[in-house]
Design a protein around this ligand. Structure first.
Ligand code: NDP
Length: 405
């Protein structure tokens, strides 16, 4: 019987998910794209009709409201909800899924709008409700989190008896030509990079000041780039699921200009998330800044260059030390040519579609709330190859590194 799919959120990532589901219409069946601003859904639907020849329906929804979501899900009788709105909406959408008995997938873990802190606690706590409703929730099916978790599971399955250290390396060497812009939702992006860093070693989380630890890593097809240690959400689940792990860190590349702009904005209070009074009105500086910055969806036609995101793992196989680097390179301009979007939205949206595809096909199915590395990585890795995100594996001798000293 034909399936029915609901995508919530019509931003940069929602555009890619809608395109890619339409390109796999035999799995996703009848597709509906719903968001707060329905005109954005209509533009995406028209582009899909023109480029892919598939009709998708559109709808308006306030995803902060569980009753509105329940009404929408019941109206369209969907089999799965793909949440690519903002992390603030994760819990309401999950609750609407348990009320209606429909599977759930997202790409970023829950954040409360008033606290710049993200963790899986509230989502993992819904595991019992998901099991009781006999539905599945797949958390973090983007690139990082998402593909990076699957790369770790793949390394564990095929290359190691035990993985001792993991460095997740996220490089965006794209250039959009603006002095300052963010590649995905500005508020979420700036909250993430201005927060304290954190990594995990020998069973403990170690906190660092924002951007305190810098290393230069040599990225294949991109070259050496300044990379800064950040806290990133996939580490929270990977420390639970990867055998023998002693350390895990996450690095992201930033250019001088980006960091100087960010420091300046921070110094003048523009990254604040608490309300301030302005001429009798209450405004949140970060929200106002997000209004001023270019819409990430508008970067598509201007962005040139590549992304390279991967996992650098060291460990033991048959008693020997070994190092494996699994990575994926995406070209921003090719993404635009295919789905009218830049590479960061593309690398997030394609894995969201793949996660949902495996769920609908029953290849990844388990009741309750799950992270990506809990499933067999092989079907996901096969889909990455077929759906536009081909990856490579580099096997290195002993404890080799690509860090440039
Ligand atoms: P955008 O800001 O471009 O889009 C977000 C969309 O959600 C907008 O269309 C917005 O509506 C809609 N939205 C916001 N609030 C509501 C609401 N209350 N009800 C209904 N719709 C709402 O963000 P992105 O597309 O860049 O990012 C989408 C998600 O992907 C985010 O959660 C982000 O954290 C995640 N992400 C994950 C990555 C990964 O690798 N795992 C990487 C990059 C992003 P409106 O148009 O009205 O503003």
């Amino acid at each position: 019987m034909s399936k029915k799919t609901l995508i919530i959120g019509a931003g940069g990532v929602g555009n890619v998910v809608a395109f890619k589901c339409a390109m796999n219409v035999e799995t996703f069946g009848e597709i509906t794209l719903a968001s707060r601003t329905v005109s954005k859904c209509d533009v995406i639907a028209a582009n899909i009709k023109e480029k892919v020849g598939v009709h998708i329906a559109t709808a308006k929804v306030d995803a902060d409201s569980v009753p509105e979501l329940v009404e929408l899900i019941e109206r369209f009788q969907v089999d799965i909800v793909i949440n690519v709105a903002l992390p603030y909406q994760d819990l309401t959408i999950m609750d609407a899924c348990t009320q209606t008995g429909v599977d759930y997938l997202d790409t970023a873990n829950y954040e409360h709008p008033d606290t710049a802190k993200f963790e899986y606690k509230e989502q993992w706590e819904r595991d019992g409700q998901f099991k009781y409703a006999e539905i599945m929730g797949l958390l973090g099916s983007g690139f990082d989190p998402g593909v990076t978790n699957v790369f770790c599971a793949y390394a564990q399955k095929h290359y190691f008896d035990e993985i001792h250290s993991i460095d997740i390396l996220d490089c965006n060497a794209g250039d959009h030509g603006y002095p300052f812009a963010t590649n995905f939702n500005p508020e979420i992006n700036l909250r993430e990079v201005s927060a304290k860093g954190r990594y995990w070693e020998n069973g403990e989380w170690i906190e660092t000041d924002p951007m305190e630890i810098k290393q230069v890593w040599d990225y294949p097809e991109v070259g050496p780039k300044d990379s800064y240690l950040l806290y990133h959400e996939e580490m929270e689940s990977l420390v639970k699921h990867i055998k023998g792990l002693k350390r895990i860190r996450f690095f992201m590349t930033f250019g001088e200009s980006y960091l100087t702009h960010m420091k300046c904005l921070e110094n003048v209070g523009m990254l604040g998330i608490k309300e301030v009074e302005h001429k009798g009105m209450k405004i949140v500086p970060m929200e106002f800044l997000a209004t001023l910055l270019p819409d990430p969806a508008s970067l598509g036609p201007r962005t040139k260059g590549k992304t390279n995101i991967g996992v650098f793992a060291k460990g033991i196989k048959d008693g020997q030390e070994k190092t494996v680097y699994i990575y994926q390179i995406t070209d921003h301009e090719s993404c635009y040519a295919e789905v009218l979007s830049q590479g960061v939205s593309y690398t997030t949206g394609v894995p969201a579609m793949i996660g949902a595809k495996l769920m609908l096909e029953g290849k990844w199915q388990a009741k309750g709330v799950h992270n990506m590395e809990e499933f067999d990585p092989d079907p996901f890795m096969d889909e990455l190859m077929k759906q536009g995100l081909p990856w490579k594996v580099m096997e290195l001798e002993g404890s080799a590194t690509r860090e440039v000293k």
